[in-house]
Design a protein around this ligand. Structure first.
Ligand code: FMN
Length: 188
């Protein structure tokens, strides 16, 4: 299976990178083709809401000239996309949010009978690390993610929240086990 990981933390050796690293290792050991994109080194503008992309239903169609159209191309050609992010102010990081908003260009005619999506049937998963607990903290990010599969016509393959994070060296075997189980689940 072709897998794209969107690594949304700027910290290359931070908590999110550590946990997604365990997920990636497991996927590779299962023989999957994995590309891990470190978003912070990419040029990522926010969506302009111009809707030019809606004029071309069968293509990505975004008119912006940054690195996102290429990333969207990789997303479209993947069977599984893993969004990995630190929890920032009860949401995803700005890097991941920029890519998510630009996926506006991947579908047309939402809520209409001819609704079409370039990622129809794709498996999508979310991994988030945060300092606090899940309750009264992380629910919103998973709610928003779960809604994204509607316009995308995609499949929510799995969600993992690792809370109480301090430093990556404190992420123990139990977290690694959760990461490996998550990797096994999201491939279906
Ligand atoms: C700008 C900012 C906002 C944050 N907001 C939250 C938050 O709302 N809830 C939470 O539990 N942790 C929050 N944190 C803590 C991070 O989510 C946590 O340390 C995370 O594991 C960092 O991941 P990283 O090491 O991959 O960057 C925040 C950290 C920063 C820098």
């Amino acid at each position: 299976m072709k897998v794209t990981i969107l690594q949304g933390s700027a910290r290359k050796k931070g908590n999110t990178a550590r946990v997604i690293g365990w997920v990636e290792e497991e996927l590779l050991s299962q023989g999957h083709e994995v590309e891990n994109i470190y978003l912070n080194s990419q040029s990522l503008n926010g969506c302009m809401g111009c809707a030019k992309c809606k004029e071309k239903p069968d293509t990505i169609g975004c008119i912006q000239k940054d690195d996102v159209p290429e990333i969207l191309g990789k997303i479209v050609s993947s069977q599984l996309v893993i969004f990995a992010s630190p929890l920032y102010f009860w949401g995803v990081s700005a890097q991941i949010k920029a890519v998510i908003d630009r996926t506006y260009s991947l579908y047309t005619n939402y809520h209409q009978p001819d609704h079409a999506s370039l990622v129809q049937g794709q498996r999508q998963a979310l991994l988030v690390t945060g300092a606090g607990p899940f309750e009264d903290n992380a629910e919103g990010v998973f709610t928003a993610f779960g809604r994204m599969q509607n316009p995308h016509r995609a499949v929510n393959a799995g969600e993992l929240y690792i809370g109480s994070c301090t430093t990556p060296d404190k992420l123990n075997d139990s977290v690694q086990k959760q990461a490996v189980e998550f990797a096994r689940k999201i491939v279906g």
